[in-house]
Unconditional design. Structure first.
Length: 302
């Protein structure tokens, strides 16, 4: 099957490699031509150096997977494609878009006689070998048309992917997936920090992670990755405690508020990421000042 791929960054590029290895023909365009050239030479990508050229090289009906940053970049690319593609062509948004943007864009695309599919994609740098988990929103018939693509990208033909509902539902489910991921990561981080602080036991955290990998109720891929990191450096001295967020954790919290659903673990895990980015906390300084005011407690000078 032919597929167009716009955005050949780390994840998009690895998806292309997996598709090409699976026997598909991929026409790829990236704003940076060097990446396009590299994939063409290394993996057999059919290169395109503009969106117009990518469309021209794809047989109709076309399917174009957009793998660019969420927000303005995705919006611009989808709208551009909607003006250039032909009726019955498919636009797949495989990035980390906000699900309400999918719901808003779908009628614009449909008015041109095109189909819009949103695909929440998880797998990171390991997806090229392990496969990608894909949560898909859109028309069932159009998803079925794309089955060969999804079966190749997934961990197995019948596992790790599926249509979860109408347009917008794919990215909605991926958003909640990432919120859960925040909570799981925070729980592991806190548990290992407590063990790290228990100096009199001299615990080998790498060994403990490996023990938990088999038989334990907390075994998971996240634990496997934690074990890998601890095996390399238990002290983590070379890593700054600064944690970014992709935005999907925030969207999950906002959605919980809108739906009146309590989500304390996910909300607190998001807040902890904000804490990690502070070189010093004004709130902590004020707490110290208040304790000094009411109780005469000592203040640690800077």
């Amino acid at each position: 099957m032919y597929l167009g791929m716009i955005g050949l960054g780390k994840m998009g590029g690895n998806m292309v490699r997996r598709l090409l290895k699976g026997g598909h023909q991929v026409v790829g365009y990236n704003r940076t031509a060097d990446i396009t050239d590299q994939l063409a030479a290394e993996a057999g990508l059919i290169p395109a150096y503009s969106i117009q050229e990518l469309i021209q090289k794809l047989p109709a009906p076309r399917a174009v997977w957009v793998m660019v940053p969420a927000g303005a970049a995705t919006e611009e690319t989808v709208l551009q494609l909607s003006e250039m593609l032909s009726p019955d062509d498919i636009i797949i948004d495989g990035g980390n878009s906000f699900y309400k943007d999918d719901i808003r864009r779908a009628p614009i695309v449909a008015a041109k006689g095109l189909h819009y599919i949103d695909t929440g994609t998880s797998g990171g740098i390991w997806g090229i070998t392990e496969g990608y988990s894909m949560m898909i929103g859109g028309d069932p018939e159009i998803v079925e048309r794309l089955r060969p693509i999804y079966e190749t990208l997934a961990p197995a033909h019948d596992k790790g992917w599926g249509r979860v509902g109408p347009v917008g539902s794919g990215h909605f489910v991926k958003m909640i997936h990432n919120g859960i991921e925040y909570g799981m990561m925070q729980a592991f981080a806190e548990g290992f920090e407590i063990m790290h602080a228990k100096k009199d036991f001299s615990l080998d955290l790498s060994q403990i992670a490996e023990i938990w990998q088999t038989g334990s109720v907390v075994r998971s891929w996240l634990l496997d990755l934690t074990a890998n990191a601890l095996k390399e450096d238990q002290s983590l001295e070379k890593i700054a405690g600064w944690v970014a967020d992709s935005g999907e954790g925030r969207w999950t919290v906002f959605e919980a508020v809108d739906l009146d659903v309590p989500a304390p673990v996910i909300t607190l895990s998001l807040q902890q990421r904000f804490v990690s980015r502070q070189s010093e906390s004004y709130a902590a300084k004020l707490l110290a000042a208040m304790r000094n005011q009411f109780g005469g407690h000592a203040i640690k000078p800077k």
